[in-house]
Write a protein that binds this ligand. Structure first.
Ligand SMILES: Cc1cc2nc3c(=O)[nH]c(=O)nc-3n(C[C@H](O)[C@H](O)[C@H](O)COP(=O)(O)OP(=O)(O)OC[C@H]3O[C@@H](n4cnc5c(N)ncnc54)[C@H](O)[C@@H]3O)c2cc1C
Length: 381
């Protein structure tokens, strides 16, 4: 068995092949058009559901293929190879919104929400960040007051991936006092009176992903839509962050790898001063360093994933993997644009999009600085 096969066995390789085929047939022919349109079509969710893509990482009892981290990684890598972070984020918003429902929702809520989302009939997202701040989750302000069998919700959320098109929203609200001990999760459905969605936000990158503000104005939500115990939401959010952060590390090293591949191709085509760019030692060394960084970021993320899969507590290591990989993707996408020269600034090149799409990876799911705070705490500081 090769070292690679220790991570990606037969099942994971089959997943990779089937998602690669799906990407080639259903995504690559249209991805540029969707980037310009600022969204992916609803029909793609249905196709992704039918192809089994949306169910990867979710329990079989709701139509998923099971919670296997390396199948998820293989699928995420293949989807991102289409070259659109926004598309990957859109199709992936259920991966952050749905796990709290199938882990801690009531049986009725699980049945109502999970199968439809995994089939691609409904779109799921996660809404934690608020206009007043995203890093300091414990200070969130959206208030949910219990009134008999309902919660009355007031407040707002922002920067929510799939927020414009979603049907189901896993929303972090304050049900108790100040701080992390007063937070709960509620499942709120589009169409609930008092819940409105703002316009799609215009972004630097991730164009194919709809990102929106959400407003709750005396929004009345059934108490049965509480996910987990009241005032225990902070722990659920933190637990949920682990897989999200690992997946962001996967997005980062895959983005960097694509930028590297494009650069390796370009330096062999492009001629300057009578020879291909690949003959200039300064560029050869730059590419050697880029390749080294990508390799290490990838191997470390896989190592951490293997420990997570084995049930080890890897809070510190997941943060390290995310920060290392996004640091690498920042550098590699920057250098890739540099290697392409003026062409790297042109919308027709993939490196231009990779450079823009990459910028969010060290911000979303916990910023670079917040990851360092997590690491420092785990070091006992
Ligand atoms: C395209 C996109 C998609 C997103 N999707 C979602 C989504 O689906 N759901 C969702 O809930 N959120 C989502 N977010 C929000 C994202 O998670 C937040 O932007 C992120 O957590 C940072 O929060 P903030 O933007 O409020 O920045 P702030 O929290 O205001 O931070 C601003 C700066 O201060 C730094 N900072 C803050 N606190 C500290 C500290 N203690 N020490 C050192 N530095 C600190 C931060 O690192 C950052 O550099 C998305 C954001 C974007 C841009």
């Amino acid at each position: 068995m090769t070292a690679y096969q220790q991570y990606f066995g037969e099942t994971q390789q089959l997943v990779r092949q089937s998602i690669r085929r799906f990407v080639e047939q259903e995504i690559l022919p249209h991805v540029d058009e969707w980037e310009e349109a600022g969204e992916i079509p609803r029909s793609l969710y249905l196709k992704a559901g039918a192809a089994g893509l949306l169910g990867i990482g979710h329990p079989e009892e709701y139509g998923g293929t099971g919670v296997d981290i390396f199948s998820k990684i293989a699928a995420s890598e293949e989807v991102l190879r289409a070259g659109s972070g926004g598309l990957a984020a859109s199709l992936g918003s259920l991966d952050i919104g749905l796990p709290p429902v199938w882990k801690w929702g009531s049986p009725a809520l699980k049945e109502r929400v999970c199968p439809a989302v995994i089939r691609g009939e409904k779109i799921q997202c996660l809404a934690v960040t608020e206009p007043s701040g995203g890093s300091d989750v414990a200070s969130l302000k959206t208030r949910a007051v219990r009134e008999g069998d309902f919660y009355r919700v007031n407040g707002s959320k922002t920067f929510i991936t799939s927020g414009f098109h979603a049907d189901f929203y896993t929303v972090a609200v304050r049900t108790g006092g100040e701080g992390y001990g007063g937070i709960s999760l509620l499942l709120i459905e589009k169409g609930t009176p008092g819940f409105t969605v703002g316009n799609k936000l215009k972004k630097m990158g991730w164009w194919a992903s709809d990102t929106a503000e959400l407003f709750f104005d005396d929004c009345v939500v059934p108490a049965s839509h509480l996910i987990g115990a009241e005032n225990m939401g902070f722990y659920a959010i933190m637990a949920n962050f682990q897989m999200e952060r690992l997946n962001l590390a996967v997005m980062a090293y895959t983005t960097a790898e694509l930028a590297l591949q494009e650069s390796l191709w370009y330096v062999q085509q492009r001629v300057a001063f009578g020879k291909p760019l690949a003959k200039f030692q300064v560029l050869r060394h730059k590419l050697a360093e880029m390749a080294t960084q990508v390799e290490v970021a990838k191997e470390y993320a896989w190592r951490v994933a293997a420990r997570m899969q084995a049930g080890e507590e890897v809070v510190k290591e997941v943060s390290m993997a995310k920060n290392f990989a996004t640091d690498v993707s920042d550098r590699v996408t920057h250098e890739a644009v540099q290697i392409f020269g003026g062409m790297g600034f042109m919308r027709e090149t993939l490196v231009e999009r990779l450079y823009r799409d990459n910028r969010i990876l060290s911000i979303g799911g916990g910023t670079y600085e917040i990851m360092n705070e997590v690491i420092a705490k785990q070091l006992g500081l």
